[in-house]
Design a binder for this molecule. Structure first.
Ligand code: PHE
Length: 347
């Protein structure tokens, strides 16, 4: 029986050494120490031993069991450690592998031009302000001297929100002239860029949504000369010292006198023709209309509580898209709104 126990022990220790996984270890534990295990079978035979032999064998059997249990614990710890190690190795992150590069975008060409325009005007002392795109007709039209029934208020041109036509998507940033004048005292120097909306079909130079930059200066002794000076300064800064522009007389209900300013077409350089064809960018005009401007009408000043006997002012509203087309030498406005990255990446 002693030899039998010795053999069981040796076999058990060898088997434990050879075991590699937690599952196999558990299986082996049942086989070695369980009720149907070999050791238990031997212990069951103790009854047949003589009273002298029994305690000796009992001690030996317990020692064998203790040794096996000990070894089992050791193997368990060793196997668990190697399982953990394998798991850590499998899940480890190599922080030295270069990461995926994130491609940085850049400002939209139109915003680049807007930023440039803002910088120049801020340098001239203008305050940049923002205003609502959903506007009241009184700010967009009435207080700008645009009476009820004026063609620009027509439903075919303007997006209205209600039956009374009193709430609309602003058709011009000139609404900001009123908003600024009613809240500030002269001297005033305002720049108000923003979106405007008109029921226009989209073509190379039109879009139902576009951007304007409104400017307003009100002080004592402001003249048309100040207006021309400001506009010439900004155009030269953006298009270069040799930029060609012209002022034409025009009419706006809220300025008197009024004018428009054109830039020489960047595509045909004023000739109106490209390769013997009518220039598609300026429709053969040779010039591109960039802005409307004029001296603030005395009634508009009065509508905002400013005394036209004491103060005078000028205002202008320029089309940002058209400026961007010229600045970036783009020949179709729709490209600015398509947002095709292949196009935008060129700027
Ligand atoms: N608001 C005018 C337009 O949209 C432009 C303008 C602004 C004209 C300021 C005069 C003064 O055409």
């Amino acid at each position: 029986m002693k030899e039998q126990l010795e053999l069981i022990k040796q076999n058990a220790l060898n088997a434990l050494d050879a075991t590699e996984t937690p599952a196999a270890l558990e299986e082996l534990r049942v086989k070695l120490l369980g009720k149907k295990g070999e050791l238990t079978a031997v212990l069951k035979m103790m009854g047949k031993l003589s009273p002298e032999e029994r305690p000796v064998m009992g001690q030996l059997a317990n020692a064998v069991r203790a040794e096996i249990e000990n070894k089992l614990e050791q193997r368990k710890a060793a196997i668990n450690a190697s399982v953990l190690e394998a798991k850590l190795a499998a899940e480890s992150i190599d922080v030295t592998i270069p990461g995926d590069t994130v491609e940085l975008g850049h400002q939209h060409p139109m915003n680049q031009v807007l930023q440039q325009v803002k910088d120049i005007f801020v340098g001239l002392g203008y305050t940049v302000v923002d205003g609502p795109e959903v506007e009241l007709a009184s700010y967009n039209f009435t207080r700008l001297n645009i009476e009820e029934g004026h063609p620009s208020r027509d439903r075919s041109d303007t997006f209205y929100f209600n039956e009374e036509d009193s709430v609309l998507l602003r058709t011009q940033t000139s609404s900001m002239q009123i908003r600024f004048m009613e809240n500030n005292e002269p001297p005033l120097c305002m720049l108000a860029p923003g979106r405007v909306f008109r029921k226009d079909e989209a073509d190379a130079t039109h879009s139902p949504m576009f951007h304007q930059i409104e400017g307003l200066v009100v002080d004592e002794h402001i003249t048309m000369g100040d207006l021309k000076g400001a506009l010439i300064t900004i155009m030269r800064a953006i298009y270069g010292e040799d930029a060609q522009m012209r002022f034409r007389p025009h009419h706006f209900p809220f300025t008197e006198p009024s004018c428009e300013m054109d830039m020489q077409c960047h595509k045909c350089h004023g000739t109106g023709e490209v390769d013997g064809q009518v220039c598609s960018t300026c429709h053969g005009e040779g010039w591109i209309e960039l802005l409307g401007a004029g001296m603030v009408h005395p009634d508009v000043l009065r509508n905002c509580g400013i005394d036209p006997e004491k103060y005078s002012g000028f205002a202008f509203g320029m089309g940002l898209e058209r400026m961007a087309l010229g600045r970036m030498r783009i020949n179709d406005m729709r490209l600015l709104f398509d947002n095709d990255v292949r196009f935008l990446n060129q700027f």
